[in-house]
Unconditional design. Structure first.
Length: 346
């Protein structure tokens, strides 16, 4: 099969033939119909140093963890439970499905977990991918494969907003207008926030968030964010979400937060960072770090998409095949106005 293969940190992905995945007795094989490019993969492909506490990719790894497709092969122990032709999406890992972590919906903590992008599990920047039953969810017929590939970033946003413990009428500030920041904006509005303000260094991206629930946008490249927020909402935001995940973004969130505010860190920073604790202490801030999602978040997103309670299709700003994938992946490493680009391998 064809896949986008990682060769070295900072080097473009290479489209080449790799072995087809084969299912074990408790696995399935998915024909990938849509796979989203995630900022985590963009950062991961640049990571060179184990000292920052993040795993460095091995050569010939295949990334991609936001995906949907159709089942084309079912392991012998799963026959009768799953069938060829089912439309599904899956989480970024394969876990045992039986331990306390898996039963709590947090399979990423399973002692037997295997994560995509490792040497043991090919990611979904490929024509086919191996998936496990505990981390696979069926899609309603009304949910497209593109929407299925959006379930993962939407679940990340849902988990983050749940950890923020929003109250109806709250004001929130979201720093960063990438797919996760826009997902957070959508869920904040869904759960009753009065003011949902998004700031970004690329004004066009911040403005696009308005179509997904944001009530206002701030161009952080030329506007004073706290002053502009005061003009827009009449006061500070009780909850500030850091959806950037680069060195310095946490400090910005702390700077923007009010006394007794709540900072929720969603963006995954893969480099060493520094911030000024005294500022957070004197403001008596609550600081919450969130990681990915629970399985229940996937289930909620799929249900709401299927019942058309949320509309996320507009997040997709481009679709590419393997002919343009490597160039597009590299271009997304620089600031731009794209939101979510989808690989369609077939």
């Amino acid at each position: 099969m064809r896949a986008a293969v990682f060769k070295a940190p900072g080097a473009p992905l290479v489209i080449e033939d790799v072995p087809d995945p084969t299912p074990g007795p408790n696995d399935m094989i998915l024909k990938v119909r849509a796979s989203g490019i995630c900022g985590t993969d963009l950062h991961w492909s640049e990571c060179r140093d184990h000292s920052v506490g993040w795993r460095v990719l091995a050569p010939d790894a295949v990334l991609g963890h936001e995906f949907a497709g159709e089942v084309v092969e079912v392991g012998r122990n799963l026959r009768g439970q799953w069938r060829v032709g089912e439309r599904v999406c899956a989480q970024r890992f394969i876990s045992c499905g039986l331990c306390s972590h898996c039963l709590a919906g947090r399979g990423y903590r399973c002692e037997e977990v295997t994560t995509r992008g490792s040497s043991d599990l090919t990611g979904a920047y490929a024509e086919y991918a191996r998936i496990g039953p505990a981390s696979t969810l069926r899609l309603p017929d009304s949910v497209s494969f593109q929407e299925g590939a959006l379930v993962e970033p939407l679940a990340v946003g849902l988990n983050a907003v749940g950890k923020a413990r929003l109250e109806p009428g709250d004001s929130v500030l979201i720093v960063g207008a990438g797919p996760v920041g826009i997902s957070v904006a959508m869920w904040c509005r869904f759960f009753g926030a009065r003011h949902v303000v998004v700031s970004n260094l690329v004004a066009a991206r911040a403005e696009r968030a308005i179509a997904f629930g944001a009530t206002a946008a701030i161009d952080a490249s030329r506007e004073d964010v706290p002053a502009r927020l005061q003009q827009l909402t009449g006061g500070p935001a009780r909850v500030v979400f850091d959806c950037v995940g680069v060195p310095g973004s946490l400090q910005h969130a702390i700077d923007y937060a009010p006394w007794d505010g709540h900072v929720v860190v969603v963006g995954l920073c893969m480099a060493a960072d520094r911030f000024f604790p005294a500022k957070a202490i004197t403001k008596e801030l609550e600081l919450t770090f969130v990681y990915v999602y629970r399985k229940r978040d996937f289930e909620i997103v799929i249900d709401l998409l299927g019942r058309e309670r949320i509309n996320a299709g507009g997040l997709v700003t481009d679709r590419v095949g393997f002919d343009r994938f490597s160039q597009t992946f590299e271009a997304l490493k620089k600031p731009g106005d794209q939101i979510k680009v989808i690989l369609e391998p077939h």
